[in-house]
Design a protein around this ligand. Structure first.
Ligand SMILES: [Zn+2]
Length: 133
């Protein structure tokens, strides 16, 4: 999978999220808590967590991850997240948690910007001034 394609899948995955979910995952990711090898704090698991948390501790077990399989695009999102962190040095490839977090952060920020611009277009100039006070 190319990085470009991966970003597209991630954008599709996050687009149905509520503004609140988007903001929460953004903050969670900015705190360095998103990972790929754990169940509830991965790109799939976060969707079903009301309270974002690390690992599979707590009442959910790994349910947040496993139940997310029913959401269309779950597998693509997971493989895409893997791609976000892939590092290539010559013939060697590895995985960088920080790299994946930086890239996810950029995608989430872009989605939030897009949404706020959409709201601005729906409002009259006077209303925009009102909400931006
Ligand atoms: Zn959970």
């Amino acid at each position: 999978m190319t990085l470009r394609k991966a970003k597209g899948y991630i954008r599709a995955w996050i687009s149905p999220w509520s503004d609140q979910k988007l903001a929460e995952v953004y903050a969670f990711n900015a705190d360095g808590k998103m990972d790929i090898w754990e169940s509830c704090n991965c790109i799939r698991g976060v969707v079903l967590c009301d309270q974002l948390h690390i690992g599979s501790a707590g009442e959910c077990g790994i349910a947040h991850y496993s139940q997310s399989a029913e959401i269309p695009g779950a597998t693509e999102a997971e493989f895409s997240y893997l791609e976000l962190g892939r590092t290539r040095i010559g013939h060697h490839s590895g995985w960088g948690k920080a790299l994946a977090q930086r890239r996810l952060s950029a995608i989430l920020r872009a989605e939030m910007r897009l949404r706020s611009r959409r709201i601005a277009v729906e409002l009259s100039p006077a209303e925009v001034l009102e909400v931006s006070k």
